[in-house]
Ligand binder design. Structure first.
Ligand SMILES: Cc1cc2nc3c(=O)[nH]c(=O)nc-3n(C[C@H](O)[C@H](O)[C@H](O)COP(=O)(O)OP(=O)(O)OC[C@H]3O[C@@H](n4cnc5c(N)ncnc54)[C@H](O)[C@@H]3O)c2cc1C
Length: 395
């Protein structure tokens, strides 16, 4: 039975960052990492961006295997016994540990139709499968108008594919952005050849006798396609934690040192719900900066050098030639104050609640993330008229 001082469950970006965090503090302690995917850890963001712009697939690999860690890949931990400090995988191998990290991330939400004909875009294998479909076929349906849907639709269109984008909301990124910006994005995507269908959710996928796939929308629209890809959100992989009676509330609950309700078990990344002092509440963040920073912080904490994790993660996305960085709550149900230097091309959107700035969208506005974090930390109260011109900060 392998025994590790540190056992990491999950071979994503968080798992890799945790290895780095442990090695920052403890160069020797034995580390085991069990990952369900057959691949060693890699970066996910390029799967929907850089790899479609000509970057080689080999650019995604992280250097986990250079850091003195035993990788058990293609193995899924099925059972956790926290009292005995033992984890057992789907091949029946048990691992014992002194400190454990749950970095199990999230799994794509699935639609009630279509089965495996729909690519739920999350992993390197999903990228490889979609790339294969794009090499052979021309017409694609993208289901979802959020982060993944908007990036994949742009990636396919930039590769000269015919793309129809179906989603129930009013516009691209409607849950994040002010309505006028979201409407602008509908038009912007259409100008770049994407057939954007707001308010038109997919309701079924049919296969004709010749194998032809047709997506059927709720309004009765029919779209013959060579491939269907969906990005409709993820659900955190909390089953192991739940079965081990650790506290779970929309994610595995951790304290500021990233410990779960069992002090030898930590959680980080997409799966973890952590207290954030700037926002004054517990949050769960599904973004790269959080995976990297929180994973590293968890590794350091496991090795005995933990500090309170008080980082407010940034996130970013690319939409054709537009791009943004953001921090805090980007929720279009909040009061939003837009301050455009060039409408919908360059500017800042502030998200306000109870007189405080809860989130900042830096639209084609760079180098302002720390200034946005400082603004969110300020107690206010702010009125909308106080915010124009606050960012970018002049240096
Ligand atoms: C296509 C794509 C593009 C993205 N682009 C951006 C971006 O532009 N900007 C940004 O900020 N963020 C982006 N993100 C989000 C970012 O990549 C995620 O926040 C990050 O990957 C989360 O890492 P994680 O390790 O916590 O979880 P995951 O990436 O979900 O990794 C968890 C790993 O654990 C494994 N696992 C789960 N359960 C078990 C188990 N029981 N036993 C063993 N292994 C298990 C899973 O198979 C998986 O490999 C993107 C995500 C995707 C999918």
């Amino acid at each position: 039975m392998p025994h590790y001082k540190y056992l990491i469950v999950g071979g994503g970006m968080t798992g890799d960052a945790a290895v780095q965090g442990i090695r920052d503090v403890d160069p020797e302690g034995a580390i085991g990492l069990v990952g369900a995917e057959p691949h060693r850890p890699y970066d996910r963001p390029p799967l929907s961006k850089a790899l479609w712009k000509g970057k080689p697939v080999d650019s995604v690999w992280r250097k986990t295997d250079h850091r003195g860690v035993e990788l058990h890949l293609g193995r899924r931990i099925r059972h956790l016994d926290v009292a005995l400090r033992r984890a057992t995988d789907d091949a029946g191998t048990s691992y014992t540990w002194e400190r454990l990290l749950l970095a199990t991330g999230g799994s794509p939400r699935r639609l009630p139709f279509g089965g495996d004909d729909i690519v739920y875009f999350r992993t390197l294998d999903d990228y490889t499968r979609l790339r294969g479909l794009a090499d052979r076929g021309q017409r694609f349906a993208v289901l979802g108008g959020g982060f993944i849907g908007s990036e994949i639709a742009a990636a396919l269109a930039m590769n000269h594919k015919d793309v129809v984008m179906l989603f129930p909301g009013r516009g691209v990124g409607a849950h994040l952005f002010p309505d006028d910006l979201s409407q602008f994005l509908n038009a912007f995507y259409r100008e770049r050849g994407v057939d954007v269908r707001p308010g038109e959710a997919a309701a079924g996928l049919e296969r004709g006798p010749d194998g032809q796939a047709t997506v059927v929308s709720r309004g009765g629209g029919r779209f013959a396609v060579d491939g269907v890809v969906a990005g409709i959100g993820i659900a955190p992989n909390t089953e192991l934690a739940q079965a081990a009676a650790l506290s779970v509330e929309n994610g595995i609950v951790v304290n500021e040192r990233l410990q779960t309700t069992h002090p030898a078990v930590y959680a980080a990344g997409d799966v973890a719900a952590f207290p954030n002092p700037a926002l004054g509440k517990r949050i769960r963040v599904e973004h790269e900066d959080n995976a990297n920073t929180m994973g590293r912080a968890a590794g350091r904490a496991m090795a005995g050098a933990g500090q309170a994790y008080d980082h407010l993660p940034l996130f970013y996305s690319d939409l054709f030639e537009l791009g943004y960085e953001a921090v805090g709550d980007l929720d279009s149900r909040l009061e939003m104050v837009a301050d455009w230097k060039d409408p919908f091309r360059e500017g800042v959107v502030y998200y306000l609640e109870g007189g405080r700035v809860r989130g900042v969208l830096l639209w084609n506005t760079w180098g302002q993330v720390d200034a946005a974090r400082r603004l969110i930390a300020e107690p206010g109260p702010f009125r909308s008229q106080d915010l124009a011109g606050r960012l970018p900060e002049r240096t």
